[in-house]
Design a protein around this ligand. Structure first.
Ligand SMILES: [Zn+2]
Length: 288
């Protein structure tokens, strides 16, 4: 495969040189290696939502004019719920935690996925949240009520969302432990927080870099991959600030649509890892 940049010339990362590689996979996980890092995509499950959550300009839902390209399963939008683990030498960082048994029975597979991937829960020393919505935070507590990550040392919560985190009674035991962080915070030598506000007031992406390549773990930048790459102006009912979510999505899509850049999304179809390329005025997702 030849990879071309927007000018149509071969970019710096040419065929055969893409170093982010999938090295193992199973039902609930996919493992990737790049540079000195290992990244594991983990399946927490999925959530079905009515197509009316997708919004056009002016916060208007589609009706009978829903574009045919929107993928529906039994009339619903099916959003994967993905969690990402980054192993950076001696540090193991989990980005988001899924929903555990706190929302719908179609979610809560994270601990099974970790076991299938051969990752001990005890190895996870840092959990960082992209934002504090229920499908991202409840996995701190296992379905049996125990701590999901018994050796947790750092619990990183976007600074704008501390009070939102504190509203979860089910997670109350973690209130004294949470550490606020903001744009530019370095979680490790290879992982840096990138402000991506809009979907939520503290929504954050994580830039993971090694060997000249970057993987942007972007949380909820895209909810409906079948159309939001093609039409990034479309928003989501649950975007706290739709205009800001739209501009952040457009800005980050423009940034990652380059050779050597990869993305990982919480709601891209599992395993949710790939690259983005320009397609006219819009974008296209290329799953890895
Ligand atoms: Zn989400």
């Amino acid at each position: 495969m030849t990879r071309r940049n927007v000018l149509g010339t071969v970019g710096p990362v040419a065929a055969g040189e893409r170093r982010l590689k999938r090295t193992a996979s199973g039902t609930n996980f996919a493992r990737y290696e790049f540079g000195d890092l290992t990244v594991v995509a983990l399946r927490d499950g999925h959530v079905d939502m009515p197509p009316s959550r997708l919004r056009q300009a002016g916060d208007r839902p589609f009706g009978s004019d829903l574009p045919a390209q929107v993928n529906l399963v039994d009339g619903q939008l099916r959003l994967s719920v993905n969690v990402f683990l980054v192993i950076d030498r001696d540090q193991t960082v989990l980005i988001d935690t899924g929903a555990a048994n706190a929302w719908l029975p179609t979610m809560g597979s994270l601990l099974d996925a970790l076991a299938e991937a051969g990752v001990a829960r005890e190895s996870i020393g840092t959990v960082a949240f992209t934002h504090t919505h229920a499908d991202h935070v409840h996995g701190l507590v296992a379905a049996d009520g125990s701590d999901a990550f018994p050796e947790l040392q750092r619990l990183l919560v976007p600074q704008e969302e501390l009070s939102m985190f504190d509203e979860y009674e089910r997670l109350s035991r973690f209130r004294p432990a949470r550490l606020p962080f903001g744009d530019g915070f370095r979680l490790s030598d290879s992982i840096t927080a990138v402000q991506a506000h809009g979907h939520e007031v503290g929504h954050t992406a994580f830039d993971v870099s090694s060997g000249g390549e970057t993987l942007l773990i972007w949380g909820d930048l895209i909810h409906v991959p079948s159309i939001q790459f093609d039409r990034p102006e479309l928003t989501w009912e649950y975007d706290a600030d739709q205009a800001h979510a739209r501009s952040t999505r457009q800005k980050l899509l423009e940034r990652v649509a380059r050779p050597g850049e990869f993305v990982a999304g919480a709601h891209l179809d599992f395993p949710g890892v790939g690259s983005v390329e320009r397609a006219g005025q819009a974008y296209r997702f290329l799953p890895l």
